[in-house]
Design a protein around this ligand. Structure first.
Ligand SMILES: [Fe+2]
Length: 377
């Protein structure tokens, strides 16, 4: 039983396939907004190919040199393009770039005079009334986010200490271009943290209340690819075959959780990031095995999940994740992120994001979350 839906066209190809994609969207396309990481992007091979493909259109570039975009950041980028009549957005980068691209696609043409207006628009989901939204193309340069195949974007509201979402079924990307060569220069730490994020997407999708026969297949394949290649790609970062496997692992994970969303680990990760500044993939993976232990008896075909990880128990998964953390220079203990009892209480109290925590197969209480956090302190 169950249903599966994902409308994103996926091109596993070189970046210059974008020319055909833009033609499919609209052969008369005039104005495009291009979001990228900045720095040396324009001199990079990917940048040069992309600029060549976009030669015939007017391009407004936005350099995104921040991570975990806040509502203030989104407003800042929105103001830069509000008077530019763009018909399409192209985002090339990691999760932050793709989430901003998606959000700006949804907000096109809306009247937004301040960041507090924008905050209200996001909170009240007023963008779903917007008829002027535009298509966007997602080109991930990390193997982890899955944002190129999901219909939501994370926008933080640090002033109020919460995570918000722009979440609308009309803002799936028109096309995702998966070009694994773009990830070949990704630094080791980012390779690891984004892979761990994808591993959590796949695993949480597997046990999510909304999982189904199709999403579970994507989950298992994603887990196998990520686990089997994690250490190899870490040691041979320039090996394109390995990068390809990791890109597919991340894509499959994205396809799995695009239909199920995430669960307790992601829900707990948001206050871990807000309170302790933890990198997203580490914040999500640090509780993965502990939550799995609690969920285990409620997981459909739980043996298949262990097999995909190549282990025979949840405690072995804990060891595996700790090994991945150690390899990539991250600690698996909260005390190393300057947590203390008081902060753990705050994190536990703020770990209940709607649509995430209540998507966990076992209902967790604040006390359960505190216990999980203390067990990795
Ligand atoms: Fe994530």
């Amino acid at each position: 039983m169950g249903s599966y839906y994902n409308p994103v066209k996926i091109k596993i190809n070189k970046i210059d396939v974008i020319e055909d994609v833009l033609n499919t969207i609209n052969p008369q396309l005039r104005n495009i907004v291009l979001l990228h990481r900045g720095g040396d992007f324009s001199q990079s091979e990917a940048g040069c190919s992309l600029y060549q493909c976009l030669e015939d259109v007017e391009v407004k570039q936005l350099e995104v040199n921040i991570s975990n975009p806040d509502v203030e950041d989104l407003f800042h980028y929105y103001k830069q393009i509000e008077n530019f009549d763009y018909q399409c957005i192209v985002g090339i980068g990691g999760g932050s770039v793709l989430d901003l691209s998606k959000s700006l696609a949804a907000l096109k043409g809306m009247e937004i005079d301040s960041s507090s207006t924008l905050r209200s628009i996001i909170k009240q989901k007023l963008y779903i009334e917007n008829q002027n939204f535009v298509p966007w193309i997602g080109i991930p340069t990390t193997s982890g986010t899955g944002s190129e195949v999901t219909c939501w974007a994370t926008i933080w509201d640090r002033a109020n200490g919460v995570k918000m979402s722009v979440d609308w079924e009309k803002i799936y990307a028109h096309t995702a271009i998966i070009d694994p060569t773009l990830t070949a220069t990704l630094p080791k730490g980012l390779t690891a943290s984004t892979a761990l994020d994808a591993l959590c997407h796949a695993t949480e999708a597997y046990w999510s209340k909304s999982s189904n026969e199709i999403s579970r297949i994507y989950s298992l394949e994603a887990i196998k690819k990520i686990v089997n290649n994690f250490e190899k790609v870490f040691n041979q970062p320039n090996d394109l075959t390995l990068r390809n496997e990791m890109a597919l692992g991340s894509l499959y994970a994205g396809l799995a959780f695009s239909n199920t969303r995430t669960t307790a680990c992601h829900s707990i990760s948001y206050p871990l990031t807000l309170e302790l500044g933890m990198v997203h993939g580490i914040a999500a993976s640090i509780t993965l095995a502990k939550v799995m232990e609690i969920n285990f008896d409620s997981i459909i075909e739980n043996e298949k999940l262990l097999q995909a990880f190549g282990v025979s128990s949840c405690s072995e998964i804990q060891e595996l994740i700790e090994h991945f953390h150690q390899l990539s220079g991250f600690s698996s203990s909260l005390k190393d992120y300057e947590a203390n009892e008081e902060i753990i209480e705050t994190i536990a109290a703020n770990a209940f994001t709607k649509g995430r925590m209540d998507n966990n197969p076992v209902a967790l209480t604040k006390e359960d979350v505190t216990q999980i956090l203390l067990s990795i302190y």
